[in-house]
Design a protein around this ligand. Sequence first.
Ligand code: DQA
Length: 142
Amino acid sequence: MKVLVIHGPNLNMLGKREPEIYGTFSLDDINNRLMALASELNVELSAMQTNSEAEIIDAIQGEKYDVLIINPAAYTHTSIAIRDAISSVGKPVIEVHISNIHKREEFRRKSYIAEVATGQISGLGADSYLLALRASKNILSQ
Ligand code: DQA
């Protein structure tokens, strides 16, 4: 049972980046919490961050996971290529966002990913990822 977490562009800046929106926790803090929960749930977890759309697509196409948790960050609102990669692979995908994209600027309300994702969790800070991991476990157990 393998879960892959992809953190998209600028999420390496968490903690320093607009803390009033994204909080003061770092990407390492999120990954450490995810790893701890994964061992509790007996799930094999790997996490990666990249600022590159091409690397996100290559990772989605890789066969190394059963469920994908992805925060596509700004690519959420622009990337038909990531959306197509998700549709091509046909695996369960949970889209996560730290902030609530539906109550921010108009351009953030459109997600190209939501239409091909299994579900979306948005606005719960670092907990968005942890809830997605719990949901992944349930999806895999069904
Ligand atoms: C984000 C929301 C996006 O609109 C933004 O571009 C991000 C982060 C979030 O996690 O809240 O980089 O995906």
